[in-house]
Design a binder for this molecule. Structure first.
Ligand SMILES: [Zn+2]
Length: 207
C-alpha cells in the first residue's frame, strides 16, 4: 500500500476486509459478488490501473439565479488486463469534474471476459471477445464483434480507449443512432463489455 492508502480509513465492510488483508485480490471481490463503494479499493487491488479522460462537455442548468453552467467529464479506468470502469463527474471546474469522474469510474469497475470468438482466428487466446455483444445507451447502440489476431481495434477513438483499457486487442465495432454523442457512445461500449461477463454467469444459466 502507498502512504495515501495507509492513511485511508475504510468506511465499508469490504474496505475494512481489504485494509486488514482478509481480501487480497480483485477476483475475490467479484466472485463474492461484492460491490466496490470506495475508490481506494480499486487503487489497492488494481495497482496498475490507468486513467483516461474520454470527454469533457459543458452542461447548462436553469436555476433561480439564472443559467448555471458546469463541466461534465467522462473518465475511463482499466488495467489493460480484464478490468475496466467508466464514470462521470460534474463540477464548475474542469479539474474537479475529472476527479469526480475518476472516482465514479473506480466504483463502476467491471470484469471483462476476453477470448477468441473470431471464426477466422481460432487461436483460443484471450486477445478479443468470446462472442458478439451489444448494448444501448441514450440514442446509441453499439455492437462489439470479435476479430482475428493482429486486426487491432477497428473503432472510433472513445471505443478504442475503453477497449484498450479493458485489455481487448482485436475487435470490430458497429454503431447506430446518435453516435456523435460521446457520453452515450462511451456508456454503450462499457455496457457491451459488461455483458461479456453477465451473459455467461451460472445465475444466467438457471434463469
Ligand atoms: Zn484468436
Amino acid at each position: 500500500m502507498s502512504s495515501a492508502e495507509m492513511e485511508w480509513k475504510p468506511r465499508t465492510k469490504l474496505g475494512r476486509m481489504i485494509f486488514e488483508g482478509e481480501i487480497t485480490s480483485i477476483e475475490e471481490v467479484f466472485t463474492e459478488g461484492l460491490k466496490i463503494r470506495e475508490p481506494e479499493i480499486a487503487n489497492i487491488l488494481l495497482p496498475d490501473l490507468q486513467e483516461e479522460v474520454i470527454d469533457i462537455g459543458l452542461v447548462q442548468k436553469q436555476t433561480d439565479a439564472g443559467e448555471k453552467s458546469r463541466f461534465k467529464a467522462i473518465v475511463a479506468v482499466g488495467n489493460r488486463d480484464g478490468y475496466v470502469g467508466l464514470g462521470d463527474g460534474k463540477a464548475k471546474q474542469v479539474r474537479t469534474a475529472i476527479e469526480k469522474g475518476a472516482v465514479d469510474a473506480r466504483l463502476n469497475i467491471s470484469v471483462v471476459r476476453r477470448g477468441c470468438g473470431s471464426w477466422e482466428c481460432g487461436c483460443e487466446k484471450p486477445h478479443s471477445l468470446p462472442f458478439e455483444v451489444k448494448a444501448k445507451c441514450g440514442g446509441v447502440e453499439i455492437v462489439l464483434v470479435p476479430g482475428p489476431r493482429g486486426l487491432g481495434l477497428v473503432a472510433s477513438e472513445p471505443a478504442k480507449i475503453i477497449l484498450g483499457l479493458a485489455g481487448v486487442k482485436d475487435c470490430w465495432t458497429r454503431s447506430y443512432g446518435a453516435t456523435r454523442t460521446i457520453p452515450s457512445f462511451a456508456y454503450a461500449v462499457f455496457r457491451a463489455l459488461q455483458k461479456t461477463y453477465r451473459l455467461v454467469t451460472p445465475e444466467d444459466w438457471v434463469r
